[in-house]
Design a protein around this ligand. Structure first.
Ligand SMILES: *Cc1c(COP(=O)(O)O)cnc(C)c1O
Length: 395
């Protein structure tokens, strides 16, 4: 295991404290300085290595799974997974506590598939006992869709208890692990049929494709399910198995960058080491921001190593757009918040940087607050009341 060398981005780019696209290493970017033919054996070998490496990342039990990369952003592979694995006429329960749960449900509706939603609002986690009760009440539900880390708030959802409830009821689990895969280990023996993630999240590649890891027997039985020509995971998989090629133009440069990113992921020490670095990033950032008077939306046990939501200060001198612009001048790109009840912003801690960069970000925040004349970073009472209410419900 080696700690990666963190060099500042060349060309004066800012650090992206955003959950993908994210800051990548120079060597990942440099891997794209090469044109590749999609049909050529070199590229077919690259695709084969990519698929095998991702399956290997599942660890024990992974031999029952196959990897299907899909062109597009992460949402394309979410839609492909749902459209291919939930048969027409079947019904899925989507567990939502943020934008990505809502997006999965919207995709189901757009495809004309029956969907039920457990909507927990901005961030409260869907719990195993709630899922169990819903599945008893509605025997028509055959599939459950869960979001691993809901990037809208940064909450790490309780995947183990959800999976247990789904398996106990004899239903099938599909996981959007977009922002977690590669850094948050899957609980060992987790019963699930498929998960999806993309190139520009915890593997630290550049955008251009997503991938599904699917139980092979489930995928083999999914022929003809898809409503879509291009977003058909079964047809895409069949082509990989038949010819080693992507159907339709592959994102060749993105694949080249991703293979370099996979090598760097392995050199760092794999999922455990990547997750440990992100965890240290989070701990450093959160301690620093709390030291300045900021409050996190979530209590510590629900914080993910991916991204953290902070309440905006109540001080009338604070305005997020000015805060954003001044942080950008200092070399840090932030992310607006997604809470509907109170004002918030987010800081991501995934990407090619370490705790030193997090300390520099906190120092920049302190300077910017001074420049803006923000005397206190404390949130308004409404935010604190919301947080207390959540803590009572989230035990
Ligand atoms: C990033 C992300 C997606 C995909 O978003 P795209 O913008 O389509 O790449 C889906 N789910 C989660 C949880 C994510 O973090």
């Amino acid at each position: 295991m080696t700690t990666p060398t963190i060099e500042p981005p060349r060309g004066g780019e800012p650090w992206l404290l955003t959950p993908g696209p994210l800051s990548t290493s120079y060597s990942v970017k440099a891997a794209m300085l090469r044109d590749l033919g999609s049909w050529d054996s070199d590229f077919r070998a690259m695709t084969a290595r990519l698929r095998a490496s991702l399956v290997a990342m599942l660890g024990p039990g992974g031999e029952d799974f196959t990897c299907v990369p899909m062109q597009g952003s992460g949402s394309f592979v979410v839609e492909a997974m749902l459209g291919t694995l939930v048969p027409r006429g079947a019904k899925a329960l989507v567990l939502a506590n943020g934008a990505y749960g809502h997006r999965a449900a919207a995709a189901m509706r757009q495809m004309g598939r029956a969907v039920e939603m457990l909507d927990k609002g901005d961030y409260l986690p869907p719990r195993g006992d709630e899922v169990a009760a819903l599945l008893v009440r509605d025997p028509a539900i055959s599939h459950v869709v869960a979001i691993h880390c809901e990037t809208s708030s940064g909450i790490l959802n309780p995947l183990s208890e959800i999976a247990e409830a789904v398996a106990a009821a004899g239903r099938r689990l599909l996981v959007d692990s977009m922002s977690a895969f590669g850094a948050v280990p899957l609980p060992e023996g987790l019963p699930f049929d498929a998960l999806v993630s993309s190139a520009n999240k915890c593997i630290e590649g550049v955008p251009g494709f997503g991938f599904a890891l699917v139980r092979r027997a489930v995928l083999e039985a999914a022929q003809g399910n898809s409503h879509s020509l291009a977003l058909d995971l079964h047809a895409q998989w069949a082509e990989f198995e038949r010819s080693g090629q992507w159907r339709y133009t592959p994102p060749t440069h993105t694949v080249a960058a991703f293979l370099q990113a996979l090598d760097e992921h392995a050199a760092e020490g794999g999922v455990a080491a990547r997750g440990a670095r992100y965890g240290t990033n989070r701990d450093t950032l959160v301690a620093g921001m709390r030291g300045l008077g900021f409050e996190t939306l979530l209590a510590d046990r629900w914080l993910s190593p991916i991204i953290t939501t902070f309440f905006c200060p109540a001080d009338p001198a604070f305005a997020f757009s000015e805060f954003y612009d001044r942080m950008k001048v200092r070399g840090f790109i932030l992310y607006p918040g997604k809470l509907t009840v109170v004002d918030s912003f987010r800081m991501g801690h995934i990407g090619r940087f370490d705790a030193g960069v997090m300390r520099a970000a906190v120092a920049a925040v302190a300077e910017v607050l001074g420049e803006m004349g923000v005397a206190s970073a404390a949130p308004p009472e409404t935010a604190l009341a919301e947080k207390r209410r959540a803590e009572r419900e989230m035990t």
